[in-house]
Design a binder for this molecule. Structure first.
Ligand code: HEC
Length: 160
């Protein structure tokens, strides 16, 4: 009798889990306008592109590769919130225009270097599950020299 009860219980829990999994699929990524991408607005050398894709794009672009753990409801909610906040702070798939929104564009470029130097990004909770996103000192230098050059270039465009 007890065994039967336990079986029914685990069956019920299994059904709940299946329902939870079914309703908690990660969302589709938003549509990308190719002309709005960072790469369409400023020069992005291939090694910079590679680093940003590897370490930042899951949160700061509309090309999120939803990880396996985002299939599990509590983790999904956390990942969703993270991606939403990250995209609204900075989205490489929807980059401010270097002429029309020069301050915003150069401010973000400088912030990219600053958060890397301060080791604030990628967040530790992400690195724990994505060790390949940890950047070496050389990779940080590559990003910083690119972002500072581009920010200076944007400033020079304004003075013309
Ligand atoms: C796991 C998701 C995640 C990843 C991966 C990630 N970020 Fe972020 N990032 C966030 C979130 C969330 C915010 C907004 C809240 C905050 O500042 O913590 C943010 C904010 C930022 C900001 C704005 C900071 C400010 O002070 O306004 C910059 C710049 C940034 N990230 C750069 C990067 C760069 C560069 C990478 C890749 C090396 C990266 N992030 C990787 C989640 C992420």
């Amino acid at each position: 009798m007890q065994r039967k009860g336990a079986l029914m219980f685990s069956g019920g829990a299994g059904c709940l889990l299946l329902v939870a999994l079914a309703v908690s699929r990660p969302p589709a990524n938003p549509h990308i306008d190719p002309a709005a991408r960072l790469q369409a607005k400023i020069e992005v050398p291939s090694q910079v592109d590679r680093i940003l894709r590897k370490a930042c794009f899951d949160c700061h672009s509309s090309q999120t590769r939803w990880p396996w753990y985002s299939q599990l409801p509590p983790a999904l909610w956390m990942v969703l919130r993270d991606v939403e906040k990250a995209r609204s702070a900075m989205n490489f798939s929807d980059w401010p225009d270097p002429l029309g929104k020069a301050n915003r564009a150069s401010g973000l470029l400088l912030a990219v270097c600053a958060v890397l130097r301060a080791e604030r990004m990628p967040p530790a909770r992400y690195l724990a599950l994505h060790p390949e996103a940890r950047l070496s000192a050389a990779e940080v230098d590559t990003i910083c020299s690119w972002s500072q050059t581009q920010a200076a270039h944007i400033a020079s465009l304004r003075q013309k």
